[in-house]
Ligand binder design. Sequence first.
Ligand SMILES: *Cc1c(COP(=O)(O)O)cnc(C)c1O
Length: 364
Amino acid sequence: MSRFLSHRFDGLEAYVPGEQPRDRTYIKLNTNESPYPPSPEVSERLCSGEIGNLNLYPDPTGRALKEKLAALYEVGPENVFLANGSDEILNFAFMAFCDAEHGVAFPDISYGFYPVFADLYAIPASVIPLKEDFSVDYRDYLNIGKMVVIANPNAPTGMKIPLSEIEEILKSNPGQVVLIDEAYVDFGGESCIPLIKKYDNLLVSHTYSKSRSMAGARLGYAIADRELIADLEKIKYSTNPYNINRLTLAAGEAAADSDAYYKENARKIISTREKTAETLREAGFTVLPSSANFIFVKHERLNGETMYRKLRDRGILVRYFGTGRIRDFVRISIGTPEQMEILARNLKEILAEQKDGGYEYEKK
Ligand SMILES: *Cc1c(COP(=O)(O)O)cnc(C)c1O
């Protein structure tokens, strides 16, 4: 840290993304990317001359992409906000809709970026424990009088909450924004986008990073009442009007035109997920019920860190969090069927070694 950094960031703990090591080739099951490439239309569009236009700024309104997304979700273009990844939507929402006086509430086990944004903007956060079974108790959020942020399906558990419960939260907090982060909704969740017509406090955020195979392009979008969208636009035009580059806008349009391709990929990933979960359960693993493109697993004879390290030694990356109630778990992204067979085989071998070896890495 230099002596120039403002003291207001002294205590800030930055978000730590999943590792992207370069020392060897890994089967990468640690950051919930799609194992499938973007649609052929995306590659075609990027090769069709957009590169030659990079001397020109992108359309700051993103009109063409907004119209395509609006058509897909049966809303108006004025209900769509475009962002440089959905992390930017979270950033803008924390900046716009809460402050030191009006705090924010989110679950204790959820996306690790929420507490970072709360910290960054010095927003008091109510961190609400999930229930014993790792589900969200919606009653904890009724009449809470703070911005509410819930990932549905949640990460890293993969568990979803029903729309009827989200509706109760919306109804009881008419003076607060309720942000539903639907990064994983295409893998078996139920989107609350239709509720934006009824609730002007609902902000739904989606990403191209998971089901649309474009994590490297950085594109996210929010859907909400037009007034909320206008607020986000105000923040965007006050920070980075050209937040989405030309190549990403073009790729995003082509991807919106290939919705069937991505739906088919999501279907494949769901089927691979169910098969993997079944195989691991048969081997004695606990697998939380997932509606996302990852599973959250533990085994009573293997601690989370051992599982993570031994898999890493074998060339397979998974995500290990190592804190509190989720210390024994690892989060495994769903790859191709072949990758998941390799994963399952390796986990079984690691288990077999454990039988006589005991705990290699001490339980903390
Ligand atoms: C991956 C993820 C995001 C971030 O997505 P980007 O669009 O890549 O910034 C947001 N929320 C949750 C819950 C995620 O898992």
